[in-house]
Design a protein around this ligand. Sequence first.
Ligand SMILES: Nc1ncnc2c1ncn2[C@@H]1O[C@H](COP(=O)(O)OP(=O)(O)OP(=O)(O)O)[C@@H](O)[C@H]1O
Length: 570
Amino acid sequence: MARIFIIDADPAFCESLGAIVAGLGHQAEHTQSLTAALASPSLRNADILFLNTALPDGSGLEALPKLRTLPARPEVIMTTDAASADGAERAIRNGAWDYVAKQGAVDRMVLPLIRALDYRGRKPVKRGEVRLKRDSIIGGSPGLARCLDIVSEAAASDASTLLYGETGVGKEVFARAIHDNSQRNTGPFVAVDCASLSRTLAGSTLFGHRKGAFTGADKDRDGLVAQAHKGTLFLDEIGELPLAMQKIFLRVLQEHRFRPVGGRAEITSDFRLICATNRNLEEMVSRGTFRSDLLFRMRTVVMHIPPLRERIDDLPELANHYIRRICGKYGMPAKSISTDLHAALREYQWPGNVRELIHTLERAVLAAQDETKLFSRHLPDHVRISIARAAANTQQTEDAPAALRPASGDVPAQADSKPVHAPLPPDAPLIPGTSDTPDTFTPPLRPGAFCSISESAEPTDLRDDLTLLPPATPTAGASAQTPTHQKSATPVRSLPSTPYSEIEDKPQSRQPLRPFFEYRDKAFLSYLIELMDQSNGDIATACTISELSRSYLYDLLKKYGIATPQRKCR
Ligand SMILES: Nc1ncnc2c1ncn2[C@@H]1O[C@H](COP(=O)(O)OP(=O)(O)OP(=O)(O)O)[C@@H](O)[C@H]1O
């Protein structure tokens, strides 16, 4: 009797399907949410899982990789109320048994269930942990675990295997893992970069040549295909193999026989083929730039290696591993990683994947020199700028609806407008936290000066306006960052150029810090109030003092809820 677990928000569906399962002589249990499923002990032993794509507490598609790694390694049948081609592809890529549109009919589930039960009956129910030699593969994310599953499946046979993945994602590492875990592990692993095969010499490089076959062929030479005899031939960047060579290679793949350049006799090579590419071979086939018959031959087993940004759970382990190695390489004592660096690593998109991570960490380690802890400050500028730009763009997107709101007059409607600023003590600091009594922030405002048009001293959105921030220009005695008038076309947060450890005159006080945006906005507010006070409410004078443009100053005054002279409190 098999154990079937159904996770679906629709109780009627669960019950009907449960009845069908019971009718087939199996045991069914169901929950209406992921949380409830994960809390249920029977989930661990489920043979088959019906998992809906849209659950009240999360996406079934996102949960799929993790659920596939449950101890009993269940077959997962994804069910959906809104089928889509992308959803189907994602489900299958992540190891789903099937992807079935519900369309209001529970009996659509029966056929995939019977097939999965049949398959389940043939394979050991509990495979347990995959025992793999995987020394060079770091990480434990669900995406990586799925790849390791495929490594063990591929290693168990001689089937031609095709690895898809972006540059630097680890295609060669996985190809080697397949070889190392296969029967051929005592034979050679021969890697060929098809992108660097010269057109004229491709034939001789792959198949070898006989003495005198061409100028410079002064002796017989084996090609790479012959060298892979009894081992694995890894063709990297297979999408770059010229069409003429694809045709020759197809025959080699079918017969494992070929003729060296200038040779008469054919020779045989017993190799196992693994190919890798970062190109879309199916699309190349449809454009006529890749042979479909070769593609069919190559892809008996297919693995899609997810980019690093889609398995950021692997980052800490990868970073620790490589930092240890890099420190060892340079004879440096071990360095630890600050939480700030961990966060930065997670935010970066890693277009060059693990290879880029390794180079980046190496540069960070070298930049940190004798420091024992690595901070985001040690990352190369292009990485930090990319992170900052992404953050600014996100901010801009978040801010967009407010910015697009139609202006309904200059003064936002307030239920109870009133002045909110306490009178300014003569020696009140402009920057909060620099006084002896920093607990509450008191904007400097003298009685009779300007009053706020908003009820709260807080700007409407404390995180607002990051994109309006040009690089900081410290103003003596004023806020830490003084806005200038240019609205940056490509908003970039200014980046300090001095490592924190080297900054002299660090504040000695250790008062709890406010969140950055709150602190910044209060400093802005403070500056603006003082500015309007010192200029006696005269906008032209305020513009001269602050070097802000009139329109930008108006924007800031409006944003920070400070009445302009025309709107002075009566
Ligand atoms: N999971 C991993 N654990 C540890 N190191 C990894 C992992 N994946 C990749 N690497 C390392 O990242 C670097 C790039 O890996 P690899 O050469 O296998 O990538 P690739 O996808 O074949 O790149 P390309 O597309 O450029 O051929 C190597 O130094 C490799 O050791």
